[in-house]
Design a protein around this ligand. Structure first.
Ligand code: ARG
Ligand code: ZN
Length: 875
């Protein structure tokens, strides 16, 4: 079944109040739902009430207290239809269902994870608990009573504020929660179990006292302290930067170990993948800490952008997700180094969203149709959605952007809103016409800007001509020109910014070129010397550039650009040109060639102590194998790419080994571990140097020593990575892997790093390694984190190991996807997207990939989730 945006229709009925009564039992949980229902004005009095269900078993049903006769309703596992409703259209419906949380392996609805009952209702999981109008525009005020065995579940949590609790007979007890804020069913949550907790408090700007709690497995409480700190900083930041205060008396976060995604913003009761809560120096890397900070902030920020203002329908998903990602990006930028954070975002966007936009799964930021909404929690909706919000700010400027956001909160609080509503507040706040800009929500694909320059010495005029183009994407053949903000500077000698006297041609405001036509010329007067243009500063739009900048210009920007994003981008572009041409040479049986100039440039950056260490680390990290594959775009041969990349790394390593070693030692004196940006930067730089040095020295000794002496997981995991990547099956590597397992073997979350690092081992041997690790006692295809660590890392991260020329990687993957699909369709579908770029491989691999995809598609019992992905991928 295909759902279309144009088909949106409000419901015939409203549910102003919902009372839920849970009697928890591992296999037979009974849910009694009491709904106050009203027919909407103007709806015919014989209109039936049709509620959504999924895999439900109806036990009892009453209308205004009376048991419904068999012919008054039709109940199937996925639908409840009631006819002959009261004339006046207002009535109470009591529905009792029975569900089994233990056998629920798809992890949506109510399920049990490590003996803890928890829920995941977004997008359509609530209908697996009880029959309901399970759609985001159906707002209701919830009261929830939970009853359970006292021993099994001393803790009983739901949304909103606690109202009542008490003991019952037979060792049972109960709690009642009330959430005064009307909300859609996807924000409902319940957690019950035996968990440890850390508590804290926060007082809002207007004086509301909020009790904070983070619930984790007993014994892991100290590992939740960083998350608590991040939560309090998020609450303060949202007040300072967006004027948004928290609105309940309690805010609870629960960490669970079986979770399909990162976390979920249920009102007042966020449920998290434990990966995004638990951290201490011994078990978490700097990346883990940054991830926790970002996800805690993201879910908290949803309280306003998502919960107080929700989405009218699931086509509007980016209304809450794109905006909330934008907010968490800004939060992290304020907490850490803005430039380094921005470069990480650009890298992420290019690594994940650009390939999505360029392949068979491309879709607009706001899709117009879907078969399975769970397949649209994508990096296009999230990350490109965030870029679109960022562009609005770039176009309007910070003051008008804030004015528009204030208007959004004021006008739409309590609404289920649309993208049109969102755009309108910025138009009203600024007086600008954003109708052309709004195409960013509708047109899929990454625009390319082809840029040419012209400097006229006589008139001191510099001209930039930009032509935008956008390739067809599935379902969209012709595209209209978009409004693209290109932030820029014209650089003179030493990177000094040359301020034009005037700008003519298209619209230029301050440092932003507003490209609005297919092809436009911008002319700048009063430019005393031939400038080098620094374009797309701060990555002001999610586009690709083809410019006629020479290698000399790029090297100039890499040395002098005052904007770190364009500076890094120039260096990357230089390296990519080399890496792709060498990959082609290697594929043709020729040796890679490397000029001294690139080696020299990388050395200058590496040793430039005026630069941030994290920035130096980013510059020294040679584009990854998948980055190079993406640059090549077609006829990809991962083995040739690996050869090209290693040739560059060796050349740089050998040329600078002495100074690298010196810097590596100097950086060792960092003092005790702190998970802040500065410390993380030093560790990042030191660890990229460790890789170069291990290559230059052709010895595992340095990495083995670092592994042994590390006093934190960042350094330990980095050393282990170098050992596995560079020294494969050596004694040193095996020894380190064993030591890691001996130490962390009872902590699955930490062991995920051990699975990942081995799944990423380059070359043909990886597949057997992965097969072997699947039999490890900690491994289980029932657990999403384990599955992603091994199968996910292998398929989406191991270029040479997965994309084997004999197709064995794809064959194994297809079989594994079918196994996972039987338990957890959402997870299977998500993993399968690893094959979305199959058409860009060289013909032999491409044919193997097609065959494996076709084998999946031929399967009869596929879930809707996997069927949707596999059919679009092959289309
Ligand atoms: N709303 C959650 C978040 O972004 C993610 C929910 C994902 N749901 C899904 N069905 N994939 O924080
Ligand atoms: Zn979100």
């Amino acid at each position: 079944q295909v759902f279309h945006l144009e088909d949106y229709k409000p419901t015939d009925f409203l549910i102003p109040e919902t009372h839920l009564d849970f009697s928890l039992h591992p296999e037979r949980t009974v849910v009694k739902s009491t709904l106050q229902i009203e027919r909407r004005a103007g709806v015919a009095s014989d209109a039936p009430l049709i509620l959504d269900g999924d895999d439900l078993k109806l036990v009892d049903i009453r209308l205004d207290g009376a048991v419904l006769g068999d012919n008054a309703y039709i109940a199937t596992p996925d639908r409840l239809e009631i006819r002959g409703l009261p004339e006046n259209g207002a009535f109470t419906l009591e529905i009792t269902t029975e569900i089994n949380p233990t056998t629920n392996r798809q992890l949506t609805g109510l399920y049990r994870s490590s003996d803890v009952y928890c829920t995941q209702c977004e997008a359509e999981g609530f209908r697996r608990i009880t029959y309901f109008l399970d759609r985001p525009d159906m707002l209701s005020v919830y009261t929830v009573r939970i009853e359970a065995e006292r021993n099994e579940a001393p803790l009983l949590l739901s949304n909103g504020n606690p109202k009542d609790k008490g003991k019952l007979t037979n060792g049972r007890h109960f709690a009642v929660w009330h959430d005064p804020h009307p909300k859609p069913a996807y924000l409902f949550a319940l957690v019950a179990g035996d968990l440890g907790v850390i508590t804290d408090t926060f007082t809002t700007a207007s004086g509301r006292h909020v009790d904070l709690g983070i619930y984790v497995e007993h014994g892991k409480e100290p590992r939740a302290l960083y998350a608590m700190d991040a939560l309090k900083r998020s609450m303060k930041w949202d007040e300072d930067v967006f004027g948004r205060e928290y609105d309940l008396d309690v805010f609870n976060v629960v960490a669970v170990s079986d979770f399909n995604m990162g976390a979920m913003e249920n009102k007042g009761l966020n449920v998290f993948n434990d990966k995004y809560v638990l951290a201490d120096p011994d078990t978490a890397t700097d990346t883990d800490y940054a991830g926790i900070e970002a996800v805690i902030a993201h879910e908290y920020f949803h309280n306003w952008t998502g919960n107080r203002i929700t989405c009218r329908d699931w086509f509007q998903l980016c209304l809450k997700e794109g905006l909330t990602v934008y907010r968490d990006h800004e939060f992290s930028a304020d907490m850490r180094s803005r430039a380094v954070k921005r470069i990480a975002e650009v890298k992420g966007l290019k690594a994940h969203q650009f390939p999505e936009d360029a392949g068979p799964l491309a879709h607009p930021v706001r899709p117009r149709q879907f078969r399975e909404i769970n397949n649209f929690y994508t990096s296009t909706v999230y990350e490109k959605g965030s870029e679109v919000v960022r562009m609005i700010r770039t176009i309007l400027g910070p003051e008008l952007f804030r004015k528009g956001m204030d208007l959004y909160f004021e006008r739409h609080d309590g609404d289920a809103a649309t993208i049109e509503d969102f755009i309108k507040v910025f138009e009203d706040a600024s007086g600008e016409d954003l109708s052309q800009f709004a195409l960013w929500y509708d047109q899929a694909g990454t625009p390319n800007l082809a840029i040419t320059y012209d400097y006229d010495q006589a008139t001191k005029t510099f001209e930039i001509e930009i032509e935008q183009s956008l390739k067809p994407t599935p379902g969209q053949t012709s595209k209209k020109p978009m409004h693209i903000p290109v932030q820029f500077a014209l650089l003179g000698a030493k990177g000094r910014e040359l301020k034009p006297r005037s700008a003519k041609g298209g619209l230029v405001k301050d440092d932003v070129i507003h490209l609005r036509k297919r092809k436009e010329r911008f002319s700048f007067s009063g430019i005393p010397e031939r400038p080098v243009p620094s374009l797309l500063r701060g990555f002001s739009a999610p586009v690709t550039l083809t410019s006629e900048l020479t290698r000399t210009d790029l090297a100039f920007l890499a040395r002098n650009d005052g904007d770190e994003v364009t500076r890094w981008q120039a260096l990357t572009q230089l390296l990519n040109a080399k890496l792709t041409s060498n990959a082609k040479r290697v594929r043709g049986g020729k040796p890679a060639t490397i000029e001294n100039s690139s080696i020299k440039l990388l050395g200058e950056i590496a040793f430039n102590v005026t630069l941030d260490e994290a920035f130096r680390a980013l510059c020294l990290s040679i584009p990854s194998e998948s980055d190079i594959a993406r640059e090549l775009g077609a006829n990809i041969d991962p083995d040739a790419i690996l050869g090209s990349r290693d040739a560059l790394i060796s050349a740089v390593a050998e040329a600078h080994a002495g100074k690298f070693a010196q810097t590596y030692s100097e950086l060792a004196r960092v003092g005790s571990f702190k998970p802040d940006a500065a410390g993380a930067g030093r560790r990042a730089l030191r660890n990229v140097l460790l890789d170069y040095l291990s290559v230059a020295e052709s010895s595992s000794k340095r990495a083995a020593t670092q592994f042994k002496n590390a006093d934190n997981m960042t350094d330990r995991a980095a050393a282990l990575g170098v050992l596995v990547q560079r020294f494969g099956d050596s004694d040193a590597t095996n020894h380190a892997l064993q030591a890691f397992e001996a130490r962390f073997g009872n902590d699955p979350l930490v062991m995920d790093k051990w699975f990942v690092v081995q799944a990423m081992q380059p070359g043909n041997g990886a597949l057997d390694k992965v097969r072997e690790l699947m039999t490890h006692k900690l491994f289980s295809l029932d657990n999403p984190n384990r599955t992603r660590a091994l199968i996910g890392a292998f398929s989406s991260g191991n270029q040479t190991g997965f994309n084997r020329a004999d197709g064995a990687g794809y064959k194994f993957f297809a079989e594994t996807i079918l196994t996972i699909d039987k338990k957890n369709p959402q997870l299977a579908a998500r993993l399968l997207t690893a094959m979305r770029s199959w058409r860009s491989f060289e013909p032999v691999r491409r044919e193997h990939a097609r065959e494996s995809l076709a084998n999946i598609a031929r399967e009869t019992g596929l879930s809707a989730d996997v069927r949707d992905i596999v059919e679009r991928t092959l289309a």
